[in-house]
Design a protein around this ligand. Structure first.
Ligand SMILES: N[C@@H](CCC(=O)N[C@@H](CS)C(=O)NCC(=O)O)C(=O)O
Length: 219
């Protein structure tokens, strides 16, 4: 079968969201590993695809796309079914939450995980509490959205927002709670946890478990 896309990924990295989205859309793609153990994301070959040296990157018949928010939106626009269509008058509603998850919740998680890359350890310890508080409040927003039947989160059909929110929930649970005494209290988000339990049953999630190194209940 002709594969229109080449997805450059690393297991359980931000590329996971794109991979699940491609699976839900049912569009064929080739998965190419970017081997972080040898810093392949900084190799000349990879930098020629994504000059930012970040994963994911998606080769498409129209050109190379990087930045996961842009990839998710581009895919959603070309393959109907997991996000508001471009001509949907209510699209603004789902757009703002996509950007919220990408720019606030996911950005906060990345700050938390890689804090020592940008600040010395003694200051990092002080900052963690504040970042954790913001992440907790971002998850609370998501919880609130799921309870609201008007949103594209937690509905009958899986959406970009569902898989992105569930992936963030996964990564939050992997973070060692001992690093900060106010880490995210997952049990305070019952709607998000229920969504995560439904989402991990999706064939597109199950299909990528071996190559992404996920356990059977990844979220
Ligand atoms: N702004 C990028 C961030 C993606 C990102 O954080 N990727 C991480 C993996 S989860 C990465 O490529 N890290 C490699 C590095 O820092 O060298 C996006 O939204 O796609």
């Amino acid at each position: 079968m002709n594969k229109p896309y080449i997805h450059h990924y690393a297991p359980d990295n931000a590329s996971l969201i794109i991979r699940i989205a491609l699976g839900i859309l049912g569009t064929p793609y080739e998965a190419v590993l970017v081997d972080r153990s040898v810093t392949a994301q900084q190799s000349p070959a990879y930098l020629s695809l994504n000059p930012l040296g970040m994963i994911p990157a998606l080769e498409t018949p129209n050109g190379m796309i990087f930045e996961k928010g842009a990839i998710l939106l581009w895919l959603a626009d070309r393959h109907a079914g997991i996000f508001s269509a471009p001509d949907n008058a209510a699209r603004w509603e789902s757009l703002k939450w996509l950007f919220f998850i990408s720019n606030s919740l996911h950005a906060g998680l990345r700050q938390m995980f890689y804090l020592e890359k940008i600040i010395v350890a003694e200051h990092a310890a002080k900052l963690r509490g504040g970042i954790a508080q913001r992440i907790q409040s971002d998850f609370a927003q998501i919880e609130h959205l799921i309870v609201d039947p008007q949103t594209l989160l937690g509905g009958a059909k899986p959406t970009t927002l569902d898989i992105y929110a569930c992936s963030c929930l996964r990564w939050a649970q992997l973070y060692p709670a001992t690093y900060t005494d106010n880490w995210v209290e997952i049990e305070t988000f019952p709607a998000l946890r229920a969504l995560a339990q439904r989402t991990e049953l999706l064939p597109s999630v199950r299909a990528v478990q071996p190559s992404e190194g996920l356990r059977p209940t990844p979220f």
